[in-house]
Design a protein around this ligand. Structure first.
Ligand code: ATP
Ligand code: MG
Length: 344
């Protein structure tokens, strides 16, 4: 801009001196020059933002156009109502390219009876979340397979499989909508609109959420903040449990649903979860062994393998990894030591 002005000024003064222009012409020209440059300067200011917006737009388009790795297989059927018998057979899985030393799951097998509570425990990075994401077919195994009621889950459409599984994760996603709609959303597809107030309330009661909901400004019609920001962590989880209860699916997956809650909220949420999972085939991932101690079966997973399995009592008797972890946690939280550890 400054250089351009200097050039114009130099040439303008020359023209005036030669008598080809008047000083007034020069002044008018200069004024126009400034006016003409202003939008250009502004445009320059925005180019950074425009470039960023184009890049973001391209990323969004890439994401929308991405074909998911897992799709309905040819001839996929609508799944019948599941009983909830789940069999994992020799499942091996790796993120990215297959390399046996890098696999997240290595030849895993287990069987869950309908209505059974399976606790999945073990160190961080062991493969717990990966295992449950295979049940939901977020990924397909490289070897082996998952059967529900005797059928490989790849025989079914993704939608009809996932509709029969309820999930509660550590951080449940709530929407900026009413509490009622946030719960009703759990119902399958078009059924959400037909949910009655009684059903919503029953689900909220099961989830230990009815009390605090009625204390909100507009009760069940209260509009929640973005991602449920106006609620506490424990309250958000209980709404998520009510949502899962409305779904009434035969299979429930819980991935660290009480992590990060204080002990009072944790107790309320755990109680709600115990009600939610009654008679449902349940996979409950937890770092806190005490919350899942009552499970019918524990799977201790480390480095993609099930290293120990059995009930809490059996694993404590065994005195290996699970027992060591339990003792460590018991010491850290000063819970009374279970009698099995001190037979004397
Ligand atoms: N999306 C991903 N892409 C690549 N590798 C992944 C991905 N998710 C998990 N992994 C890897 O797979 C292994 C198992 O991870 P996973 O999340 O299943 O462990 P986890 O037992 O659930 O751990 P945590 O208790 O910390 O949740 C880890 O080595 C992890 O780094
Ligand atoms: Mg995990």
């Amino acid at each position: 801009m400054a250089v351009a002005q200097a050039v114009v000024l130099w040439r303008g003064v020359q023209l005036v001196l030669m008598g080809q222009a008047t000083p007034g012409d020069l002044l008018v020209f200069f004024t126009y020059l400034k006016v003409a440059f202003k939008p250009m300067r502004q445009l320059a200011k925005y180019t950074g933002q425009i470039a960023k917006a184009i890049a973001s737009g391209e990323r969004i388009i890439d994401l929308l156009e991405k074909v998911p790795d897992v799709r309905d297989s040819k001839g996929a059927q609508i799944a019948p109502a599941f009983r909830g018998d789940i069999c994992c057979e020799n499942v091996t899985f790796a993120y990215g390219s297959y390399d046996s030393s890098q696999s997240a799951l290595r030849g895993l097998s287990f069987h869950a009876q309908p209505g059974e509570q399976i606790a999945i425990v073990g160190p961080s990075g062991g493969g717990k979340s990966t295992l449950v994401s295979l049940l939901l077919r977020f990924y397909d195994p490289i070897e082996g397979g998952v059967r529900i009621d005797g059928h490989d889950i790849r025989e079914y459409t993704l939608a009809s499989l996932r509709q029969q599984i309820s999930i509660v994760l550590q951080d449940s996603v709530l929407f900026s909508a009413s509490v009622r709609d946030n719960i009703a959303y759990g119902a399958l597809g078009g059924k959400a609109k037909k949910i009655t107030d009684e059903q919503i309330e029953a689900a909220a009661r099961l989830a230990n959420a009815h009390e605090f909901i009625t204390q909100l400004a507009d009760g069940y019609e209260t509009i929640l903040g973005e991602r449920g920001s106006t609620l506490s962590g424990g309250q958000r989880q209980r709404i998520a449990i009510a949502r899962a209860a409305i779904r009434n699916a035969p299979i429930v997956i819980l991935d660290e649903p009480t992590t990060g809650l204080d002990s009072v909220s944790e107790a309320a949420v755990s109680e709600a979860l115990n009600r939610l999972t009654q008679n449902k085939t349940t996979f409950w991932i937890s770092h806190n062994l005490r919350t899942v101690q009552q499970a019918d079966k524990m799977l201790y997973i480390e480095q993609g393998r099930i290293l120990e399995r059995g009930t809490h009592t059996e694993l404590m008797r065994r005195g290996d990894r699970y027992a060591k972890l339990y003792r460590l946690q018991a010491k850290a939280t000063e819970y009374p030591q279970p009698y099995l550890l001190n037979p004397a």
